[in-house]
Design a protein around this ligand. Structure first.
Ligand SMILES: Nc1nc2c(ncn2[C@@H]2O[C@H](COP(=O)(O)OP(=O)(O)OP(=O)(O)O)[C@@H](O)[C@H]2O)c(=O)[nH]1
Ligand SMILES: [Zn+2]
Length: 221
């Protein structure tokens, strides 16, 4: 049996293991956005027709195109690497060496199993060394990876990995608390449960840093 099933002796190796990539087809970028919108609108029209909806109806006739645009340009535009946020780094002239926590970042994503919303909050933290990052870029990174069909586990890890890459530091923490509409509004119809996922690396593997982070995100404004 794999040692790591029982004993996380090498946490660094552990957090780097596994595939973080959103599964994409090799031809994922062959079509332009306009071609994607046209294709999705065509197929969505068929879905609506099969459901028995009257596409001549004033209110419904624009829906296939509306949904297609929403997929390509809004809720799934994080599939397009061109939309990856550029992370503005500033020299850490202030010599700030403590934890920086950006908490309560609004998170919208979509469940890749049911294509319905995941709504929640992301909390991220890092410990600066040579550089600090523009605050809004933390929100933008969360937003970018949220705008894909996702499972919360992968979303959490993609955000953490991006922060490590951008900041060139392992000292990163990410915690997401979210409601899954696929759990709330259908299936088990549970409106009270929510899902918490996290990733800690570098100094955040240590209890003191992790607890400081957890305390910071629980504290009321
Ligand atoms: N691990 C994980 N599971 C998720 C996430 N979002 C949705 N799911 C689950 O994905 C599972 C899909 O299971 P299936 O049995 O194939 O789908 P289903 O028949 O619609 O399942 P029910 O939701 O139980 O009705 C469900 O249990 C969902 O709750 C997520 O972010 N992470
Ligand atoms: Zn789902």
């Amino acid at each position: 049996m794999d040692r790591r099933d029982w004993n996380e002796e090498d946490p660094e190796e552990e957090h780097l293991a596994g595939s973080l990539d959103t599964p994409l087809r090799p031809d994922a970028f062959d079509l332009t956005d306009e071609q994607k919108i046209e294709g999705i609108a065509h197929h969505f029209r068929e879905i609506m027709q099969i459901l028995g909806l009257d596409l001549e109806d004033d209110s419904l006739k624009g829906t296939p195109k509306r949904v297609a645009k929403m997929y390509v340009k809004e809720i799934f535009d994080g599939l397009n690497p061109e939309n990856r946020p550029t992370a503005r780094l500033f020299e850490n002239k202030y010599g700030y060496r403590q934890m920086l926590v950006e908490r309560d970042i609004t998170l919208y994503s979509s469940c890749e199993h049911h294509f319905v919303p995941i709504i929640g909050k992301a909390h991220v933290a890092y410990i600066p060394s040579e550089h600090v990052i523009g605050l809004s870029k933390l929100n933008r990174i969360v937003q970018y990876f949220g705008r894909r069909p996702q499972v919360q586990e992968r979303l959490t890890r993609q955000i953490a990995q991006e922060l490590r890459d951008v900041l060139k530091s392992k000292n990163v923490a990410v915690l997401i608390e979210a409601d899954h509409l696929c759990v709330m509004s259908r299936g088990v119809n549970d409106v009270s449960s929510s899902t918490i996922t996290s990733e800690y690396s570098g100094l955040f593997e240590q209890d003191t840093y992790r607890l400081e982070f957890l305390q910071a995100i629980r504290h009321n404004k």
